[in-house]
Design a protein around this ligand. Sequence first.
Ligand code: PEP
Ligand code: MN
Length: 341
Amino acid sequence: MIIAIKPGTTKEDIRAFIARMESQGVKVDYSEGASQTVLGLVGDTTGISEETLSAHHLVEKVIRVQEPYKRANRMFHPQDTRIDIPAADDSPRSIGGGQLGIIAGPCSVETREQIVAVARAVKQAGAGFLRGGAFKPRTSPYSFQGLGCEGLDLLLEAKKETGLPIVTELMAIHQLELFDEVDVIQIGARNMQNFTLLKELGCCRKPILLKRGYACTITELLMAAEYIMAGGNDKIILCERGIRSFDSFTRNVLDLAAIPALKKKSHLPVIVDPSHATGLAWMVPAMAKAALAAGADGLIIEVHNNPEAALCDGEQSITPDQFGTLMTVLRKYAALEEKTL
Ligand code: PEP
Ligand code: MN
């Protein structure tokens, strides 16, 4: 249930009103916009009468939210959410609300030389964040599983060398204690509906990059975000990374329509992963441009200094040079849309 408060109502009156609502057993989310203050009620609202609320002198309008996601719903928070990520080089990065976040780096951390070289190159080209998997969810148990803790240490070294905040995947909650210095926790497609994990992440205060499961609907993605938000962590970045369909020409099918759909239904930032979506390095620049043109708030792109020798996803990894060329074009797109890259 959404309550729009009459313009001109004092903060004190709103606070007292919220306290009264919370004494009836619901949680109230507060969102103050330029022209309107909106309260979102979550929990069991069945005992609350819409008529009585509408008659209250502070209330302009009461709307029942049909969708099952509440905190992730744009109705609860009409403005775009911007996620601010502190950075070691003292220039904080933001994703959402007109700020484009470009995350680049290898699929997996392989060696110190590899991760530091790629980190330097992507920073030079203008990436805002470094990606790299330490714990890898592989389809085969016999494939390279990532360097684990050693991979995390190498990522932290690359962070120290470049100042780039790091984004890396968490596969199980017991790994969280190793993620103290990780800036953004990635939850992979395969874990998007691991509800136990999502609930635990609600208690964590780090930004979460939540990837869409490859057989999950847009509503299911928003419900996964809702699980984390219900626990109290609202720093979520949604990621479209391609879904399964009948055509195997590309590794997945990039659902570009998910971008405007998610942005219409939710206030959370939406980024796109053209690498996993296509599986083909030569398609990455075209899909990266398409994503920004469709309104994405950023990109996560696999970049490897020697794709042919990559231990994971070499076929979809672009080189630092190709990434540099792409960034030049993306800067023009950003300027055209009056967004900051
Ligand atoms: C990844 O980003 O390396 C990855 C495994 O992605 P996804 O979860 O989208 O498959
Ligand atoms: Mn990968």
